[in-house]
Design a protein around this ligand. Structure first.
Ligand SMILES: [Zn+2]
Length: 218
């Protein structure tokens, strides 16, 4: 590929491995980028949207944690699928970089997540109580690899598309300059409202549910 200027100094040896043009859902044109030398050795990818008004000095970036049930199957237990689609819609328009991170279940893995779901459904635990019950942390995600991927893409400053203040804090700690945090849209339904409320209460997520409709609040 010839488009894009990739700089691989100052990234602890992390390099672009392949940069592959792909047409995805809705006809969006992206480049899927893989890496070599990532510190956790997992197969994270970046989706690069060139968009109409790409801002090269501080592009819009989303760190999206893989969620098989939400992203692929459209599960209503979480808001991941809607968040992913929104991010792609926005970036197809304006440009941006979506890091798709292998961090299923906030980093505890798919099977542990399903164990935690079972406790939530059968015992009425919230997402954090369930994780504790199975001996897993509330959130096992570390965004060091995200900073490595961004570094390999030549990015040191960005606007972060997220409601999660921990992502901003971690990226800053790993040397990124986060010039703005852009809130994501809220996807509430009867199945995930408790999950979203727990994220607000226990993880400090900046989500406004007050305008969300409907009957489950009544
Ligand atoms: Zn999810």
């Amino acid at each position: 590929m010839t488009n894009g200027v990739f700089i691989t100094d100052s990234t602890n040896g992390v390099r672009i491995r392949a940069d592959v043009p792909l047409t995805i859902r809705n006809g969006y044109q992206v480049r899927v980028v893989s890496f070599s030398g990532l510190s956790d050795q997992l197969e994270h990818v970046a989706l690069v949207f060139d968009g109409d008004s790409e801002s090269s000095d501080a592009p819009l970036v989303r760190l999206h944690s893989q969620c098989l049930t939400g992203d692929v199957f459209g599960s209503t237990r979480c808001d991941c699928g809607g968040q992913l689609q929104d991010a792609m819609d926005r970036m197809a328009q304006d440009g941006g970089i979506l890091l798709y991170l292998i961090q299923e279940g906030r980093g505890i893995g798919l099977y542990n997540k399903l164990d935690a779901y079972k406790l939530q459904i059968e015992e009425g635990m919230d997402t954090y109580e369930a994780n504790q019950h199975i001996g897993q942390p509330d959130d096992a995600r570390d965004y060091k690899v995200a900073s490595e991927m961004l570094g390999a893409l030549g990015i040191s400053a960005l606007k972060l598309l997220s409601n999660n203040p921990d992502k901003v804090d971690q990226l800053v700690n790993y040397g990124m300059k986060v010039v703005a945090r852009v809130p994501t849209e809220v996807h509430v339904n009867a199945d995930n409202v408790n999950y979203l409320e727990a994220k607000i209460k226990k993880s400090g997520h900046d989500i406004d549910l007050s305008g969300a409709c409907c009957s489950w609040h009544e």
